[in-house]
Design a protein around this ligand. Structure first.
Ligand SMILES: Nc1ncnc2c1ncn2[C@@H]1O[C@H](COP(=O)(O)OP(=O)(O)O)[C@@H](O)[C@H]1O
Ligand SMILES: [Mg+2]
Length: 228
């Protein structure tokens, strides 16, 4: 076992602040560290800054102050050219699934591999492995709108894991699902975590996350008041 000091950090926020051009500070002086292999929830009221915090990691937004390290490397100042490479190491999951409705389940999941230039055979192998993990192997030819909400989110999750990212970021992944389906999705995340995947999951659903023994980072009006 490595001592805690020697374990590699997946993600580190050091005194990060963010404001939008037309807003006050939305994140203030946020510091925390996520270790490799860890799963943490990010919680807080609506408007607390959860989505903003997550958007800083794939550089959808940039911080105004502070430092963000991903796998030990600073990402604040990386050039636009370097952003796609960083994003290939991330798996993003959204509340509204963001699937392409005119593409099959298979093609939706294959997208990140297409972007990364994988060959056809390797793509097919990986897509089926990802669909198998979320229990949708037999629905690869369906179109997203022919699936239930829970199934659509599982397609979104397969797409997020198909390229074996270092870190999975999920923003209210169960926000559109009823409690039973929401639980299933969280169970799935927990299973991924048990085989070593690192996850940061934003959710304001305290009932749901209290059932999982996971570290919780709590934001309140842009400040990290717990778990940092
Ligand atoms: N693109 C934006 N421009 C201006 N203000 C924004 C933008 N996105 C979010 N905000 C504001 O930032 C605050 C935090 O929002 P958000 O990060 O979405 O919080 P949460 O995900 O916790 O609900 C809110 O006050 C919101 O209105
Ligand atoms: Mg949000």
């Amino acid at each position: 076992m490595l001592s805690p000091e020697l374990r590699l950090s997946m993600l580190q926020f050091i005194n990060v602040s963010k404001r939008y051009s037309d807003s006050g500070e939305v994140l203030s002086d946020v510091s925390f560290q996520l270790e490799k292999g860890e799963m943490a929830f990010l919680t807080g009221h609506s408007g607390a800054g959860k989505s903003t915090l997550l958007k800083l990691i794939p550089v959808i937004e940039r911080p105004n102050k502070g430092q963000i390290l991903f796998e030990g490397r600073p990402i604040n100042r990386i050039s636009k050219r370097q952003v796609p490479l960083l994003r290939r190491k991330l798996g993003l999951i959204f509340q509204d699934y963001r699937l392409l409705h005119d593409r099959s389940v298979f093609d939706n999941v294959a997208l990140p591999l297409l972007v990364a230039g994988y060959g056809q055979q390797e793509t097919a192998r990986r897509v089926r492995a990802a669909l198998d993990k979320v229990g949708l192997l037999r629905k690869e030819k369906r179109y997203p709108l022919a699936l239930s909400g829970g199934e659509q989110q599982r397609v979104g999750i397969a797409r997020a894991i198909v390229h074996k990212p270092s870190l999975i970021l999920a923003d209210e992944p169960t926000g559109n699902l009823d409690p039973a389906l929401a639980s299933e999705i969280m169970d799935l995340f927990k299973e991924f975590n048990q085989v070593g995947v690192t996850l940061l999951v934003a959710s304001h659903n305290l009932d749901l996350i209290s059932r999982f023994a996971c570290r919780t980072l709590k934001l309140q009006q842009g400040r990290l008041i717990e778990g940092g």
